[in-house]
Ligand binder design. Structure first.
Ligand code: PEP
Ligand code: MG
Length: 889
């Protein structure tokens, strides 16, 4: 096994082994670009070290051989006293983890070689400054010395001299500072700063390995869902210096604008500086375009290289470079991060330039980016007063009055106020308050905090961990870092896409992408329309290649129409229980309370015409497209009053000696229907089997509505779906009853209906016995919400707000299985049921209507297992279309 690769030996496909930085340095080297020579130690070496606590035996010799070769190439030896070769030792994992791991520059400097560097560079100040940087960085990251000590000594030196910036310290000052720094190291570690250059290098390599398991790095990986076992590569690279005078400098550049995607010169340059100065923001940079004036030759060469890189990588690249005395060096490149809008624009621009094809363009965007573009935003033109910034935990733009407890949030929102719930952090007791609020703001916690997890689940705007805001829930106020006080009732605005917090109301503008999907915006010339045009094209590519059809979960004509505008190809789930709310709840109550056959039939007869009207509207909105109507699913007690409230009411009435007959009957019914575990109780098909006439009424309403639509020359395509089936026997009974009703309606109306009858697969037993169930089902729709609940034994209504935060933090899963399908568990049942269902009934139609139907990663899974369609909420339809296209491309 080879643990070390020269830059000339690697390439960009070796990211697993060489890390992103190392692979791209090798790629640039092989393109003939000016990269300072060096070598990369593999992630495999890191893994051996992390697993065993020791570097692999062969590593030392391999490093020696590569160091020899490097020294030959450079014509000088590491730390050589009269002309030292200096190297940087940098981390570089497969996935970029900005600033999370260690880097040490200027390795090879010592008390002797510092003078060699001074005479070679003809610059004593530069040499001593480089040495003090080495001791500082090495001391901090390799030897674990508290960085504050060095900062304090540096400040003291400046103060003693009466200057404010580092550059005003001369060679003698820096030489003194080096002595101080060495003393700091000695005091803190009990040993001298190592003078042997090879020892410096070996210790630095080990420190980089160790930094993979630093707290910051671990937290970052958990949040970004980067596996913990990848390890980091280490790049050893000969140093070039941007701080050798005005003809030197350092900069960063993008091959096009990462915000808009426009081609042009984008970047920053800092004359006479090293890379860390740019990052630290110590001095002001100039726009990259100014480099043309400063150093035309390097500028022209850089432009040439940027073009080479774009053509080679066929994508936007970001670059770090250094100019040493007029010689340009490339220190890093990678495919650059970009905003969601730029991702769409760049993908279409690259198609137009002939660099990529449409299939590739689809891989350059994601459903998550599209979803981001669909959130409303704050008006960028508006004057704002920013008072803090936290973590962008759940996107959106929310405005409301500040409230500091959930009780007030609920109370105020009931009286029609819009509120923002502000807490130090939230806990399960805040659930009601979170539901009642426009958005949630916390001063503690990260992307996996309770507030963040729950808000994302609810699709609510959330900013968390805004640490400069001091939240005082007792006094119902918060204080900003500048001492400004926000009282309960003051209006605040929070941006869940940027994490910014504003005082006062910031106007919200609708998303142009939603305006486009709604049909309210078309192509044009301004900025938003350029984005819309790009989205339009990408969606067209996706629709052309996708195999999965996309339907909507919708139970009224309004949602159905919107879904259709968003591209829905039918309704995959109409939850009829939603039609029984509001004033109709009482009719259901009468049905439940019915003592006699007549009473029950009267109640059903009351509901029938209302249901029928619902269906007529729905079939009309979805004319020509399939509409899957699911028969009543939830336990009946959900339609009755709350047991506690009702008990209190009855008790009070009795105390007043004024009992209410109806309340008493209700209470009896509530007691009778009360279940410890209603989700596993009398619901779904079980209801249909024990409440005579209920399902028959619904089937009749569907059939009569379809007949009426046909008579009106419409094209209704109803499908009747039975929920919570566990065994084929249940389905057979309902099927027989339904077919009889349909035949009656056909006979009475003289219309042939062709209604399909199918079932949900949402219990493990149904999935396991899907082969039998398919005997009686013309279609399956996977109810992955209930299936996840029953496979894991997780109560879907409780767990996300209770212990999921702990589970996410412990890394048991990276994302809630209610959000992204658990492929190994729930997914394998789906796979099994697909196979068994098709084996029994080759033409069986297969879809999914759980929340996962609109989740990007899950859509790819459903494509892969061969479903015919996914069904999701109307707003997620574009995302599902796009991801279905990406899965197929
Ligand atoms: C499901 O269980 O996945 C489903 C779609 O049904 P509901 O969410 O209504 O239980
Ligand atoms: Mg269900």
């Amino acid at each position: 096994q080879k643990f070390v690769y020269d830059f000339t030996e690697g390439n960009r496909d070796l990211k697993d082994l060489l890390g992103g930085k190392g692979a791209n340095l090798a790629e640039m080297t092989n393109l003939g670009l000016p990269v300072p020579p060096g070598f990369t130690i593999t992630t495999e070496a890191c893994k051996v070290y992390l697993d065993s606590g020791e570097e692999p035996a062969a590593l030392r010799d391999e490093v020696s051989a590569h160091l020899d070769a490097l020294e030959q190439k450079m014509g000088k030896k590491l730390g050589q006293s009269d002309d030292p070769l200096l190297v940087s030792v940098r981390s570089g994992a497969k996935f970029s983890m900005p600033g999370m791991m260690d880097t040490v520059l200027n390795i090879g400097l010592s008390d002797t070689s510092v003078t060699g560097l001074a005479s070679q560079a003809g610059d004593e100040r530069f040499a001593w400054d480089s040495y003090r940087r080495l001791i500082q960085m090495f001391g901090k990251t390799v030897l674990g010395v508290d960085g504050e000590h060095f900062e304090e000594a540096l400040d003291a030196a400046k103060e003693a001299k009466g200057v404010t910036v580092d550059t005003d310290l001369d060679a003698a000052d820096l030489k003194n500072l080096v002595e101080k720094f060495k003393q700091i190291v000695k005091t803190a570690t009990g040993r001298d700063f190592p003078q042997d250059p090879r020892e410096q290098m070996d210790l630095a390599i080990k420190a980089v390995f160790d930094s993979w398991n630093g707290d910051r790095a671990k937290l970052y990986r958990r949040q970004e869902r980067i596996p913990h076992d990848l390890g980091t590569a280490v790049n050893v690279c000969s140093m070039v210096f941007g701080n050798l005078g005005p003809d030197s400098g350092t900069g960063v550049a993008f091959t096009r604008d990462p915000a808009s995607g426009h081609q042009g010169v984008y970047g920053d340059y800092l004359q006479n500086a090293q890379g860390e100065d740019v990052v630290a923001g110590i001095r002001n940079t100039v726009p990259l375009a100014d480099l043309e004036q400063i150093d035309k030759k390097s500028y022209d060469q850089l432009m040439q290289i940027m073009e080479t890189l774009e053509t080679h990588y066929k994508d936007l690249c970001d670059i770090e470079f250094t100019i040493e005395r007029g010689q340009l060096w490339m220190l890093q490149t990678r495919v650059g991060k970009r905003t969601a809008g730029a991702a769409f624009r760049i993908a279409t621009q690259l198609v137009d330039q002939g660099l990529i094809d449409e299939a590739e363009a689809l891989q350059r965007v994601t459903g998550a980016q599209l979803a981001q573009l669909m959130f409303p935003k704050f008006d960028e033109q508006a004057k704002v007063e920013q008072i803090g910034r936290g973590i962008a935990a759940s996107p959106g733009a929310a405005v409301g009055k500040a409230v500091f407890d959930s009780y007030t949030a609920v109370k105020w929102s009931r009286s029609g106020e819009k509120v923002i719930l502000i807490r130090r952090e939230t806990n399960p007791d805040d659930l009601d308050g979170m539901i009642a609020s426009e958005g949630i703001l916390t001063s503690r916690g990260g992307k996996t905090s309770h507030a963040a997890v729950v808000a994302r689940g609810m699709g609510k705007t959330c900013v968390c961990g805004a640490e400069e805001l001091d939240v005082d829930t007792k006094r119902r106020r918060m204080t900003t870092s500048s001492g400004q006080v926000v009282e309960e009732g003051d209006v605040v605005s929070i941006d869940g896409s940027t994490g910014k917090v504003y005082l006062g109301e910031v106007p919200v503008v609708p998303s142009p992408v939603v305006e486009y999907f709604e049909g309210r915006m078309h192509a044009g010339a301004d900025d938003a329309d350029e984005l819309v045009a790009a989205v339009h094209r990408i969606m067209a590519y996706a629709d052309r290649v996708r195999r999965l059809r996309v339907r909507a979960n919708a139970d009224n004509a309004e949602d159905a129409s919107r879904a259709r505008r968003f591209g829905a190809q039918g309704i995959g789930l109409c939850r009829t229980e939603h039609m029984f709310l509001g004033e109709r709840r009482e009719m259901v109550e009468r049905l439940i309370l019915a003592d006699t056959e007549e009473e029950r039939e009267a109640a059903l007869a009351e509901l029938l015409p209302l249901q029928k009207k619902d269906f007529i509207e729905l079939f009309e909105a979805m004319d020509g497209l399939p509409v899957t109507v699911r028969l009543l699913d939830p336990p009946l007690h959900e339609f009755l009053p709350d047991i506690t409230e009702l008990s209190v009411r009855v008790a009070l009435a009795e105390a007043r000696k004024d009992p209410n007959e109806n309340d008493l009957r209700l209470l009896q019914a509530v007691h009778k229907l009360h279940e410890q575990n209603p989700m596993l109780g009398l619901r779904g098909v079980r209801l249909g089997l024990v409440i005579p006439g209920l399902f028959a009424m619904q089937v009749r309403a569907i059939a009569e509505a379809a007949a009426e639509r046909k008579n009106a020359k419409g094209d209704p395509r109803a499908e009747i779906m039975i929920p919570l089936v566990g065994t084929v026997q249940e389905l057979e009974i309902v099927r027989e009853e339904s077919e009889a009703v349909i035949a009656e309606v056909e006979a009475a109306t003289g219309v042939e209906l062709k209604l399909a009858l199918g079932t949900m697969i949402e219990l493990p037993r149904a999935a396991v016995t899907a082969g039998q169930i398919a005997e009686a089902a013309e279609f399956f729709s996977f109810g992955t919400n209930d299936l996840t609940q029953t496979v894991w034994g997780f109560s879907r209504d409780d767990v996300e707000a209770s212990f999921f935060t702990a589970y996410l933090e412990k890394g048991i899963f990276g994302v809630s299985p209610f959000e992204t399908i658990d492929k190994d568990g729930v997914g394998s049942l789906v796979r099994h049921a697909v196979e068994q269902g098709r084996a029994t009934r080759p033409g069986i139609k297969l879809g999914v209507c759980g929340e996962h139907g609109g989740d990007p990663e899950s859509v790819h899974f459903f494509h892969e297992v061969g479903l015919d369609y996914v069904s999701c909420s109307p707003f997620r339809i574009p995302v599902a279309r796009l991801e279905a296209g990406r899965a197929a491309a």
